[in-house]
Design a protein around this ligand. Structure first.
Ligand code: HEM
Length: 473
């Protein structure tokens, strides 16, 4: 009797252990890399991304918890994120983009845009864009950056002394003018109202994109998604007009050179790919620069000492005539440090992405299976205390000495880094030199009011930045 009872009790305990083992939460990690288990089998960690507020803030928490290499689930897809110079070193040879992480851009860019171009053909397209946006091309169009900024300053001079200036709105419009005039033909010059139309559609489209990235907008929400789709269609229709206007001018032999659009027209047969690429370069060409310029003048307004030092350097090297030449840019060493510190502090473009399409690999000693999407958490590494002590402090002097290129990578890493890094820097130097030579920028709000960043695909200010302008003699 006792034996029967013992056998029954033992069998029952084994059964319970079996049930417990079956029900116990098990790690789904497929590598030795520490990281999150999916919160849900289908949506992975998307809810955690939404809860963090943005993809960048999610990555900050992820790396805080798990260190410089960490894993998470983007929907059902296992992904890795890397966030330090040594980890970047291990992935910098990769040149392919993981299409799965860019699905959210497909409604805007279509299925064949440069953002997800892979393989040899992808890199050929990338290299052609580097040529169209090279230092040499930027030097040729540099006087146009100066002229466009002077025109803005002339308009500002007609304002009364206490006029409040909506900085973000102006910097976005200025960036649209610079990229469109120098790289996309005469469409906007012929009809300047199109700049306003483009800027307004852009804001609505990007808001939708950011909401899709963080799971706040899904096709299941038919009404809102339908509205978003309508904005995208209107945006695409405007971009089609830009292309057509330049194509027609070229066919008539009466056109202004547009290095990037000319290169895309010369090398792209497929209409969808052409449209996707023009949008990628056009939007890429103003939303990063426009936000960077906004942060630049915001920091300068908040830190008058730094502003005076930058102004003095401009006057000492160029005078107040606002005629900085491309070959003089290298003389503005302190201004260059201010620009670098703005790129670091503002986290203009918080992340890049790669995929190891052709083979498995290791990152900091961890094996990564072939075809794993890898996020380069650029924004997290720009706050790395090892390279940037007191990382939350705006201090241009930290760039007085050389910082390793992989520690400071606001334009991304390796061969697939931003093709327009040189072009963007030249635009920023031009705008900085012209505005600072003529105006002292001051906050129209209390000096201790901190403008919150809103992290999305790019980082913009949460609210408009209002400035006042004091004319210099
Ligand atoms: C402050 C200015 C800018 C910043 C901080 C910036 C940053 C970046 C970053 C971080 C990437 C991803 C690189 C990677 O994955 O490693 C990128 C890619 C890209 N950027 Fe920029 N960018 C800026 C200006 C521009 C401008 C002015 C243009 C266009 C004229 C542009 C067009 C693009 C394009 C098309 C890509 C994707 C290229 C490819 O995948 O081959 N960017 N940018």
């Amino acid at each position: 009797m006792i034996v029967t009872f013992l056998i029954f009790a033992l069998t029952f305990i084994l059964f319970l252990l079996g049930v417990l083992f079956y029900l116990a939460p098990r790690s789904k990690n497929v590598t030795t890399i520490p990281g999150l288990d999916p919160s849900d089998d289908i949506s992975g960690n998307i809810d955690d991304i939404t809860a963090a507020g943005s993809f960048h803030e999610f990555l900050v928490d992820l790396h805080d918890k798990f260190g410089p290499v960490a894993s998470f689930w983007y929907g059902p897809k296992y992904c890795i994120s890397v966030a330090s110079a040594p980890a970047f070193k291990d992935v910098q040879h990769l040149t392919d983009r993981p299409a799965v992480l860019f699905d959210f851009l497909e409604p805007l860019l279509g299925p064949r845009s440069i953002q997800i171009a892979t393989g040899t053909l992808g890199m050929e397209r990338h290299k052609r864009s580097i040529d169209a946006l090279s230092h040499q091309v930027s030097s040729v169009v540099f006087p146009q950056f100066i002229q466009i900024t002077k025109e803005l300053c002339d308009a500002w001079k007609s304002f009364s002394a206490n006029e409040h200036i909506p900085l973000h709105e102006y910097m976005m419009a200025l960036s649209i003018r610079m990229i469109s005039t120098t790289q996309f033909g005469a469409f906007f010059r012929k009809n300047p109202d199109n700049i306003k139309a483009l800027a307004s559609l852009y804001h609505e489209v990007m808001k939708g994109m950011d909401d899709i990235l963080t799971g706040k907008l899904t096709p299941a929400d038919t009404e809102k998604y339908g509205e978003f789709q309508g904005k995208i269609d209107a945006f695409k229709s405007l971009v089609r007009q830009i292309i057509l206007s330049h194509k027609t001018a070229r066919d008539n032999g009466d056109y202004e050179v547009a290095p990037l659009l000319d290169s895309l027209l010369d090398h792209t047969e497929d209409e969808d790919q052409l449209l996707g690429d023009v949008i990628a370069f056009f939007v890429g060409g103003f939303h990063t620069t426009g936000n960077l310029l906004t942060w630049l003048f915001y920091y300068l307004a908040m830190m008058p000492d730094i502003q005076e030092k930058a102004f003095n350097e401009i006057v000492a090297n160029v005078g107040q005539s606002c005629d900085l030449q491309a070959e003089e840019v290298h003389k503005l060493q302190f201004c260059s440090q201010v620009i670098d510190e703005t790129l670091r502090m503002s986290i203009t473009a918080p992340f890049g992405a790669r995929v190891n399409s052709s083979a498995e690999m290791t990152v900091l000693g961890h094996r990564i299976p072939q075809a794993t999407p890898i996020i380069t958490a650029l924004g997290v590494s720009l706050r790395d205390k090892k390279y940037f002590p007191d990382p939350e402090e705006f201090d241009p002097n930290r760039f007085g000495k050389k910082v390793p290129s992989l520690a400071f990578a606001p334009f991304g890493i390796g061969k697939r880094h931003c093709p327009a890094s040189k072009f963007a820097r030249m635009e920023i130097f031009a705008v900085l030199s012209v505005i600072l030579a003529q105006f002292r920028v001051k906050p129209a709000f209390d000096n201790d009011v901190f403008i919150e960043p809103s992290f999305g695909f790019v980082t913009k200010p949460e609210t408009e930045v209002w400035l006042t302008l004091e004319r210099r003699n």
